[in-house]
Design a binder for this molecule. Structure first.
Ligand code: 0RA
Length: 639
């Protein structure tokens, strides 16, 4: 690696050209996801400087033109001339691939996006980038265009807006990000908040200058992930007041665990390694789960809360109603799994197990009332699980007639390749009928559902399994659920929720999303869940049958304003999918060439959790606040 610094400028340019030629290799995709990835890359550098103990405040600003400014108040990117190359270190950071953070061998670099590609990649993919380093009462400045140096490092005479630190400003290149160069505030805000929870004490700000008045928020949590747990539980009733919080270091691995039980049925468990959400879990998560199961079983037995002869609680039993966050900082993380979000280091398992066991065992001994409540919850969960198993075994023994009744609802596609197979879940028999006629039989399966399915947020597992509609859905998807869930058995890599563009449709969509989040979460994490977008209006001109499809009143108005006064538009407002004939349904909503699908973003999971609890749970007060704050959104959600 070190001899990369000897690289001639030709090699450097070749490197950055390679990034521009194949951006996907470096940032995964050039869609909106890739666009936001640029921000994470630069933010991570600031966070590394905070984790190294130097920066206390990292800021993110979305400028009016959708360019981005990131600052940190750390030591500043090194500006000294490197003896090997005779060039400033700062220049290398922004022009040499993988050069970021390699200057300080002793620094314990724990952050870094999944790709960890460095600032030079962001530079290569930006129409322009400028960097200011504030040190010793001077500003060191450089700027670039598409990765090429425009201004070599020099001092500039500007106000010292930071006493010390780094300010990076860049505008993503629209030639690369052809789909969109517009940043999404919610996406940036939700990750900034998460980073503040994950790095306690660190101040993180986000400012949006595109709106009037300018929007600005600062996140700062002295309690770290314990405050994250409280935040996640804000719409639930906790079993005890303060989340349990554990922290410690073992073999150079920093471990933090926080948890709290609530009156909820579902479990909310998230794990992170070096600030990366490990969606697929891994050793740190296993360490926590085994310790939790072992300690609660031991406690229940030793204190006579269960009989010696009773079955032990399973992991799922002891996690009912649990909200927990596990965060480790590992010097050499090994990521595995389908989406490289599963931690593989076995030392993380023992570190988490040791650290957590000690504190949690003590907590159970010191709080016998709470401990008894936790055990009681597990007893109830265990009973529900046994009842559910009976229901499931019954399902397996279904007679031929019953199975064909199930299969009758599903119009399966002919291909057995899950990669190309899509399952449309369609509201209503009439739309289901049109969809069956319209579909491409090879790749598209149709499953009609009748109106509102069971709200799984309020039902125990045995109730969920007793529900015919949900059982057919599980059967169709093929993955099983709970401990037996296996994503590799998924029959479809696209499950598309297709409901009407009205209030009822939005409600049914929320019910289905709740089901997927609670019982088939890995499908969401894998990016397999989508939402179809049927249009609201169709406009035909003169005597033509050809239609233009529009999604909102604004779009319709805008389109109508482009028409000459002589053409007579015939406007049709679709009340529902059922009103479209098969051809229209295909054209507007199902045809892979023309349709616009929304992928359900797993990174929204935490916020989605909160929203589901609120919209589907029992507490009315936060729901009312939410309605007041989000009147527009809620109009669609029918709460
Ligand atoms: C390595 C060494 C030093 C600072 C940094 C890296 C550094 C990098 C970035 C990237 C964004 N903000 C940053 N802040 C600091 C220390 C160099 C010195 O003190 O001489």
């Amino acid at each position: 690696m070190a001899d990369e610094y000897n690289g001639s400028s030709i090699q450097i340019l070749e490197g950055l050209e390679a990034v521009r030629k194949r951006p996907g290799m470096y940032i995964g995709t050039t869609t909106s996801t890739g666009l936001h990835h640029l921000v994470w890359e630069i933010i991570d550098n600031g966070i590394d400087e905070a984790l190294a103990g130097y920066a206390t405040h990292v800021t993110l600003t979305i400028e009016q033109d959708n360019s981005i400014t990131v600052t940190d108040d750390g030591r500043g990117v090194p500006t000294d001339i490197q003896p090997k190359t005779g060039r400033p270190a700062m220049e290398a950071v922004y022009t040499i691939l993988h050069a970021g953070g390699k200057f300080d061998e002793s620094s314990y670099k724990v952050s870094g996006g999944l790709h960890g590609v460095g600032a030079s990649v962001v530079n290569a993919l930006s129409a322009n980038m400028d960097v200011r380093v504030f040190r010793d009462n001077k500003i060191y400045y450089m700027d670039f265009e598409r990765g090429h140096i425009v201004t070599e490092m020099k001092n500039i005479d500007e106000p010292m807006v930071l006493e010390r630190g780094t300010m990076v400003h860049f505008k993503p290149d629209a030639d690369i990000f052809q789909e969109t160069t517009v940043f999404d505030y919610k996406t940036l805000q939700s990750r900034i908040r998460e980073l503040a929870f994950l790095n306690k004490g660190l101040r993180l700000s986000i400012t949006d200058k595109r709106v009037e008045p300018v929007k600005s928020e600062t996140f700062h949590y002295e309690g770290g992930i314990a405050e994250y747990v409280s935040y996640l539980n804000s719409n639930k009733v906790p079993l005890f007041e303060k989340p349990i919080y554990v922290e410690g270091v073992e073999n150079g691995i920093e471990v933090e665990v926080s948890l709290q039980y609530t009156d909820a049925i579902a479990e909310t468990l998230m794990s992170f390694t070096n600030n990366i959400h490990t969606h697929e879990g891994g050793t740190h998560e296993t360490g926590f789960k085994t310790a939790l199961t072992r300690i609660i079983n031991d406690y229940a037995r030793k204190n006579g809360l269960v009989k010696e002869s009773d079955d032990a609680f399973s992991g799922e039993d002891v996690r009912e109603g649990l909200t927990a966050i596990i965060s480790v900082k590992h010097p050499d993380p090994q990521f595995e799994g389908q989406t490289k979000t599963k931690l593989g280091n076995s030392d993380a398992r023992t570190a988490v197990d040791h650290m957590f066991s000690e504190t949690f065992t003590r907590f159970m001994m010191e709080n016998p009332d709470v401990a008894r409540q936790i055990v009681n919850k597990a007893i109830i969960a265990q009973r529900a699980r046994v009842a559910a198993k009976k229901a499931r075994d019954l399902t397996r023994k279904k007679t031929g007639l019953e199975i064909s009744a199930l299969a009758g609802k599903l119009a399966d596609n002919t291909s057995k390749d899950p990669e190309i197979s899509e399952l449309f879940i369609v509201e209503g028999d009439s739309a289901g009928g049109s969809a069956k006629q319209a579909r491409s039989r090879l790749t598209q399966a149709i499953m009609p559902i009748r109106g509102k399915i069971l709200n799984v947020e309020k039902a125990t597992l045995d109730k969920v399994l007793a529900n015919e509609e949900i059982r057919s859905l599980f059967t169709a998807v093929g993955t099983g659920f709970g401990d037996e869930f296996n994503i590799e058995k998924a029959h479809y890599h696209k499950v598309i929720i297709m409901t009407d563009a009205d209030v009822d449709g939005a409600h049914i969509r929320t019910l289905l999303l709740t089901l997927f989040f609670r019982y088939m979460k890995p499908m969401v994490d894998a990016g397999y869940i989508y939402i179809a977008q049927p249009p609201l209006y169709g406009v035909a001109l003169g005597n033509s049958d050809k239609r233009v499809f529009l999604d909102s009143d604004e779009e319709l108005e805008e389109y109508l304003s482009t028409l000459t006064t002589t053409t007579k538009p015939r406007i049709q407002r679709y009340k529902g999918l059922g009103e479209m004939d098969a051809e229209q349904l295909w054209e507007t909503t199902m045809d892979p060439e023309n349709r616009r699908l929304l992928r359900v973003d797993p990174s929204y999971a935490a916020d989605a959790d909160l929203t589901f609890d609120m919209l589907m749970g029992d507490r009315v007060e936060p729901r009312r606040e939410f309605i007041e704050e989000n009147a527009e959104f809620v109009e669609n959600l029918d709460v």
